[in-house]
Design a protein around this ligand. Structure first.
Ligand code: ZN
Length: 103
């Protein structure tokens, strides 16, 4: 085996991009998890379903990576948009954060 072969887990590469692009053959479970990733991070999923997706992501490396990146991107976007977000949206973000803290 040659060591010149690019590793799939090359930190310089964006594995999450590959996952998101669905270029790699993913299992039905992975596709399902990634499809619901946005909902999960938005806390828009109902609990039994959210738990299933969360459980899969925790045990699946590509999904975990994708979820990690997605969450990070969301944080950055939220931070970037926050200052110029309309009052209504800001209120929504604040209430969401509050709900998360209370929960
Ligand atoms: Zn998966």
């Amino acid at each position: 085996m040659s060591d010149s072969t690019a590793s799939v887990t090359d930190p310089a590469g964006t594995a999450a991009d590959d996952v998101a692009a669905r270029s790699a053959p993913l299992s039905a479970e992975c596709r399902d998890a990634l499809e619901h990733l946005a909902e999960l991070l938005d806390h828009a999923m109902s609990e039994p379903d959210a738990e299933i997706v969360r459980a899969h992501i925790e045990t699946c490396e590509p999904c975990l990576e994708a979820a990690d990146v997605e969450e990070h991107v969301r944080l950055l976007v939220r931070r970037a948009c926050y200052s110029k977000a309309p009052d209504q949206l800001r209120l929504r973000i604040v209430s969401q954060i509050t709900v998360r803290r209370l929960g």
